[in-house]
Design a protein around this ligand. Structure first.
Ligand code: ADE
Ligand code: ZN
Length: 350
């Protein structure tokens, strides 16, 4: 879907935030551990007798000032240390799903980092069952569909990724796909080419973080060697014209996370973000929250703040929401149903 093909009625600037908040949308790039709010971190620490290196919620929150991806990851992995029991994983995912449903997210594909937990002695079963149970309950109680994408930590070895895959295989049916996250620079996609080839044989959907801080070359290798179906972030692609053409031609979606890019200093301010450039070049860009508890905003905050800063319009809002359904891994009938509802919403909005 490109801009020229979408005919959307103009919406007055003062009504745009309401349109953005109310429109149905899918979230395709959310690390569930990145949805752990400081209040829940403290509650789980108390419940599990875990000692935190921060005296209060306020002190923890005031540590959320990041200079780059690694400065964030250090705090993010420390925050996840309070997760021990199946109910902890359930409570974390439940809190996110309630929050997402309030933002009119109707479908979401959740990343989780099992190696962060198995390294502390928490079993794969504990992690996956807690998260899965929250997804099942959310469908019935909140009307939001949710599925799980297991991410390999790219700062760890290929061997550790293979071990993680082995531990996850008994729960194969509860997993939609696999991804690749953590520190990008120095850990190129090719390090995991064999793991991803195996996951492909097993029928997993494949995604990878690439071109967040790393160069366009990492986006190329994520596509050509890992054979991913979506690129997470991918904002550095705009530095490479041939790559932009490839992404547009093959309709490879980018799961862009504007507030994350702002907080991790990928762009100096939101007005400089290249989301508009990506859309204007015909790329299947989407808007997502990444780690909302750490970056100061869930889905609707990402939409409203980015639109306010960059002057995007109702037309762009429609394209972004539509892209989110088209780029999701739901089946064709579910995509059609969501897009029909989106069309109806835009027709009725006034
Ligand atoms: N893990 C959680 N958030 C991440 C991000 N923005 N990039 C890479 N790994 C992550
Ligand atoms: Zn991410």
């Amino acid at each position: 879907m490109n801009l020229a093909k979408a005919s959307v009625k103009p919406v007055a600037a003062d009504r745009l935030p309401e349109l953005l908040r109310r429109m149905p949308k899918a979230e395709l790039h959310i690390h569930i551990e990145g949805s752990l709010e400081p209040e829940l971190i403290f509650a789980l620490a108390a419940r599990n007798g875990v000692q935190l290196p921060y005296a209060s919620v306020e002190e923890l929150r005031s540590a959320y000032a990041f200079s780059n991806l690694q400065s964030f990851l250090d705090i993010y992995y420390a925050g996840a240390s309070v997760l021990l029991k199946e109910q902890d994983f359930y409570d974390m995912a439940r809190a996110y799903l309630v929050r997402a449903a309030a933002d009119n997210v109707v479908h979401t594909e959740l990343f989780f980092d099992p190696q962060t937990h198995t390294a502390r002695g928490v079993s794969m079963q504990t992690v996956i069952q807690g998260l899965h149970r929250a997804c099942v309950d959310a469908q019935g109680e909140l009307g939001i569909s949710a599925a799980l994408i297991l991410c390999f930590l790219r700062h760890l070895s290929e061997e550790e990724a293979f071990e993680t895959l082995e531990q996850a295989l008994p729960f194969r049916d509860l997993l939609l796909g696999v991804g690749l996250d953590s520190g990008e620079v120095g850990n190129p996609p090719e390090k995991f080419a064999r793991v991803f080839a195996r996951c492909r044989e097993l029928g997993f959907h494949l995604v990878a973080h690439a071109g967040e801080e790393g160069p366009p070359a990492y986006v190329w290798t994520a596509l050509d060697l890992l054979k991913v179906e979506r690129i997470d972030h991918g904002v550095q692609s705009s530095k490479d014209a041939a790559l932009m053409q490839r992404l547009a031609r093959d309709r490879i979606a980018l799961t862009v996370c504007p507030l994350s890019n702002l907080k991790l200093c990928v762009f100096p301010d939101l007005a400089s973000h290249n989301l508009r450039q990506l859309l204007d070049a015909g790329l299947v860009a989407t808007v997502n929250s990444d780690d909302p508890a750490y970056f100061g905003g869930y889905m609707n905050d990402n939409f409203t703040q980015t639109f306010a800063a960059t002057g995007l319009t109702a037309q762009h809002a429609y394209i972004l929401a539509r892209n989110s359904f088209e780029a999701s891994f739901i089946d064709a009938a579910a995509k059609r149903m969501h897009i029909d509802r989106l069309n109806e919403f835009f027709e009725k909005f006034q």
